[in-house]
Write a protein that binds this ligand. Structure first.
Ligand code: FMN
Ligand code: 7N5
Length: 320
């Protein structure tokens, strides 16, 4: 690219040029036909804005609070796995980037840097995203390490009982690295000769029997607030509130899990309505521009926003 990238799409093009194909495909891809991947973005493009004129916008304050923590704008960093596949500084750089923007980063359970490395990288509010392993003792250890390291909430991802069928990863025989968080506890570098090593790792370790009981279990091992990530229906939104969660994340996992699940922006109102203001609702999927954040806010959502920068390459202070 001749000049500096100026939007997420251009960052993505740059990422494609510089990353090994296996990693680019992993970051950029969705499940199966990638129908939902396309829909996540196109559903935003179908929404237009009704502008009003002669309103004084000379002083704008976009700051908001999420679970009582102030951030500079309703934009956060969604949890995305394995940043060191893209840059040697990995999640430590992402954490510094988020801190410089005065916002909250949600660290992925499958991060390449450890919980402690990220915690000591800079002074900022961070949340910890959790997958629940069949070996619950290991998941519990991770939550407790995050709590001890000063993370302020647990974001439990519930849309991956099995990993989505990502055909590029299967073809590339995607290699899962050994994740440092689990060293001495469990091998994540699972070998698969005939498909995605990442899928093999997930299917060997993730607890696919997970149900609502997990919220009570989580409460018993941590005093941190609990958010549930992956809600797409009013039924599940109500059940999450009844289960006593502290927040809901409307998400289809960036279309990487169940293909033909709806574009997230198309179900936002349904979920917000069901939640009825009882807990904050956060949102991700298909956001590529500030106007998308505005559209989501304008559709009745007032609690905050998770914005994944993943499609534009993982950003951080020192990433190019
Ligand atoms: C490369 C990549 C890795 C991801 N890893 C995780 C993860 O470890 N845990 C998780 O809950 N969600 C993960 N997600 C999903 C994001 O948190 C988020 O839901 C999604 O990226 C939002 O959609 P968008 O990519 O259209 O912005 C990942 C997404 C991408 C693109
Ligand atoms: C097994 C790692 C899964 C990370 C993840 O959530 C994703 O790639 O979407």
């Amino acid at each position: 690219m001749e000049s500096e990238p100026v939007n997420v799409k251009e960052f993505q093009e740059l990422a494609k040029q510089v990353l090994p194909k296996m990693y680019y495909d992993y970051y950029a891809g969705g499940a199966e036909d990638q129908y939902t991947l396309k829909q996540n973005v196109e559903a935003f493009q179908r929404i237009t804005i009704r502008p009003r004129i002669l309103v004084d916008v000379s002083r704008i304050d976009m700051s908001t609070t999420v679970l009582g923590h102030e951030i500079s704008a309703p934009i956060m960093v969604a949890p995305t796995a394995m940043h060191q596949l893209a840059h040697s500084e990995g999640e430590v750089a992402t954490a510094r980037g988020a801190a410089a923007c005065n916002t909250i980063m949600i660290l992925s359970y499958n991060s390449t840097c450890t919980v402690e490395e990220v915690a000591s990288s800079c002074n900022a509010v961070r949340f910890f995203q959790l997958y629940v392993f069949k070996r619950r003792d290991i998941s519990a250890q991770l939550v407790q390490r995050a709590e001890k390291s000063g993370f302020k909430a647990v974001v439990l991802t519930v849309d991956a009982p099995r990993l989505g069928r990502r055909e590029a990863d299967i073809k590339n025989k995607m290699v899962a690295p050994q994740l440092k968080n689990f060293e001495g506890l469990l091998s994540t570098a699972v070998n698969s000769n005939d498909g995605s090593g990442l899928e093999a790792y997930a299917n060997e370790t993730f607890d696919s029997s997970l149900c609502w009981e997990v919220i009570g279990w989580l409460r018993s091992i941590t005093s941190l607030p609990i958010l549930v990530k992956g809600v797409l229906t009013h039924e599940d939104a109500r059940m999450a509130v009844e289960a006593g969660v502290d927040g809901i994340v409307v998400s289809n996992h960036g279309a990487r899990q169940l293909d033909y699940s709806p574009a997230t922006i198309s179900v936002l109102e349904e979920v917000v309505h069901a939640v009825g203001g009882k807990v904050p609702v956060l949102f991700d999927g298909g956001i590529r521009r500030g106007t998308d954040v505005f559209k989501a806010l304008a559709l009745g959502w007032k609690a905050g926003c998770i914005w994944s920068c993943s499609k534009g390459g993982i950003w951080g202070e020192t990433c190019t």
